[in-house]
Design a protein around this ligand. Sequence first.
Ligand code: SF4
Length: 144
Amino acid sequence: MPAIEMTGLRGAGRTYAVTGRPGLHVSVANLGLACCAVEFGSAVTRGLLEPADPTWEPEMTVLVVSGTLTHQLTPHLTAAWNAVVGPRAVLALGACATSGGPYWDSYAVVEGIDSVVPVASYVPGCPPRPEALVAAIVSLAGAS
Ligand code: SF4
């Protein structure tokens, strides 16, 4: 199977926390599939998300799926979801993860990751803003 970027899964990479929200016990993992992964990276480089202490025990892990899911990559998404330990939620970042985006009618593209994994939050846009990503994470945690 092809290699894809997978950051933030505990034991398989870096986890992130929302900057300036120490009471928000949510860790964030990113499954980067296409250009929306750049927006996730932008949230990190702009300081909206920060690397979490690897020994930290979060109350929930949010798996962010950022980009276009092809049928060939669906086993990777399933494996990433199964690798998340404890309470967990999936966030679909951007139009492609939500519905296939501009490639919805391609034979190769899945019309939304919710046909593969349960999605708790959708962030619209092509691309979405990093601030919208962080707002959705905070909302998933039940905070505001
Ligand atoms: S929604 Fe737009 S920016 Fe995001 S992966 Fe799809 S084409 Fe790229």
